[in-house]
Design a protein around this ligand. Sequence first.
Ligand SMILES: C[S@@+](CC[C@H](N)C(=O)[O-])C[C@H]1O[C@@H](n2cnc3c(N)ncnc32)[C@H](O)[C@@H]1O
Length: 389
Amino acid sequence: MLQTLEVDFWDNGSRHLPLIHNVHPYFGKFSSAIPNNAITFFSKEGDTVLDPFCGCGTTLVEARVLGRHAFGVDINPLSCLISKVKSTPISVDELANVNKMLYNVHEDINLFYSQDTLSKRKIQTYEMLIPKFKNREHWFESNVLNELGIIKAHIYALDNKDLRDFCLVAFSSIITKVSNQSQESRYSKVKKNITPSLAFHLFSENIEKMRQAIKDFDFIAKDVNTLVFNEDTKELRSIQNDTIDLIVTSPPYFNSWDYNLYHRFRLLWLDMYTDQLRKMEIGAHLTHAYAENSIERYTKEMGECLSQFSRVLKRDKYCIVVNSNGILNGEIVDTNEIIINEAQNSGLVLEKRIPQKMLGPHFGRMKTLPEVRGSGKQKIEEVLIFSKH
Ligand SMILES: C[S@@+](CC[C@H](N)C(=O)[O-])C[C@H]1O[C@@H](n2cnc3c(N)ncnc32)[C@H](O)[C@@H]1O
């Protein structure tokens, strides 16, 4: 075991923090300083790091920059796509092929608006790719549906999977902006000034931004393996026993975000939406806010995850969990205590708990911590350091 555990998880130092972290909106994202400091302190080059709730891949990007192999796991297929794209360098030559695709999209969108002849075959292809869902026309204007359909058809036609995934992330990140949804986490309709070709322009802007970000990342990424699995962390099927040198993660907070709900339109557009996802997601607000046994359910589910962490971690290695308490019916639920108990039941030993300082992974550089859902009570975020003996 390490002699001292004096780590400043929030210290940004003068390190280069890759642009790639910001290419797609994601709720509950870590500050990249947290996994960066954790990985630097608790592991060495060539080790294998796991983030079993990898979200949009912050830990995986940092692991790659620091020369550690990494596995990411998330129940949400969109999270896995974003994580994979952010942690996978693409060669400059391959990225150049995106220009041809953009040119073709532009041409088809111009043809569409000029009422000219987009071939029947093309119309059929892109119309087939526009997802069908309830109240679709309420949330998307008809021109936007067509533009998105055309863009998607051209992305799906790309041969190279890495390039296709890269473009899908650029596509996904514009969906809320071109819909009538007021904000990322609010489902109220607003009138936006959506001009013809806006979807195309936002998409090409994003491609450019991502291209810069991936080049910048490519420059500092080390030659290690990064793999992302879309599966349930309660089972963690793809990870073998005693193979992980370090776990760095932030689990879904109790009764807090609804990842599947906030990304619903994106999941629909990417043909990833399933009802199953909603049922398997831990902590989700809509699941917990109105259920009778929600604390018991959360405790059981986190217990299953923590016992998987213990199974896959090597002996004498560390597991770093960043968590915040939650609130239910106006009462604080001390989920840090729940996690500590469940971890100890699974054979992990609590080495240290460090309360959040002024900035946490989820709140940026705020001077004071936000209240928990209008309760007048503050969120307490902690870094919990466990080890396996
Ligand atoms: C707090 S976020 C992690 C954010 C991540 N640290 C980042 O920087 O992007 C928690 C993640 O847990 C995922 N999750 C929820 N239930 C899960 C389950 N049963 N199995 C795997 N992942 C799950 C959510 O989809 C979400 O991406």
